[in-house]
Design a protein around this ligand. Structure first.
Ligand code: NI
Length: 213
């Protein structure tokens, strides 16, 4: 997974990370404000967060899938892109390691959870490309791609921000994107989310606890 980067690419990547950091802070603040507001207006002690929804995508085997194909399973969902130089590989490694932690715990939670990687760069992330890519992180990780409109719809449902930058002279481009790992329940319900760089062990423990109930 190692690649060599030129200085402009690295500077671009750092600027991207800074931008994502800002967006992440804003998103989290908004979510917190919404949680508090929702809980208050509904008189609930448990905040309700509207994250997730229907999608119609293509898996890394080239098969059309919807959210219903993953009903009955818990899901760790991450949005990103296969050419991402740093953020995505880091977080997907974390998701893969969290899955390994769950397996080490001998927890049923491991087999009940499927890690999904949803591309926000469908022009480059073909099913074939994703198949090789996700295999780097966990044998059961599923790569999902689709057309631009469906990707946009899925990202919107998960409150994912992303923006494709202008290509350089070689046609390469970076994609700014928010970097959260969403943990979703068997009926597609939002359970919790983990921020960029979260410890795999903490994710595994949280997931195990939530599944055990
Ligand atoms: Ni990325």
């Amino acid at each position: 997974m190692k690649r060599a980067f030129s200085a402009p690419v690295l500077i671009g990547a750092l600027a991207t990370l800074a931008a994502i950091g800002l967006v992440a802070i804003v998103v989290v603040q908004q979510l917190r404000a919404n949680d508090a507001q929702n809980a208050q207006s509904a008189g609930l002690s448990v905040p309700e967060v509207k994250i997730g929804g229907p999608f119609s995508l293509v898996n890394h085997e080239g098969e059309a899938v919807t959210e219903a194909d993953y009903n009955g399973q818990y899901k760790l969902i991450y949005f990103g892109y296969g050419f991402c130089p740093d953020v995505c590989p880091t977080d997907l490694q974390i998701v893969g390691n969290a899955m390994l932690e769950l397996e080490d715990m001998n927890s049923e939670a491991a087999s009940k959870t499927v890690p999904l990687f949803i591309s926000v760069d469908p022009a480059r992330d073909t099913p074939d490309m994703l198949k090789d890519y996700v295999a780097n992180f966990h044998p059961r990780m599923v790569g999902l791609t689709g057309n631009k409109e469906e990707i946009a719809k899925a990202a919107k449902a998960y409150r994912v921000y992303y923006k494709l930058n202008e290509p350089d002279e070689d046609g390469n481009y970076l994609v700014d994107h928010s970097a959260f790992i969403y943990f979703m329940g068997p009926d597609g319900e939002y359970l919790t989310m983990f921020k960029h760089g979260e410890a795999p062990k903490k994710i595994a423990e949280t997931v195990e606890k939530l599944i055990r109930g």
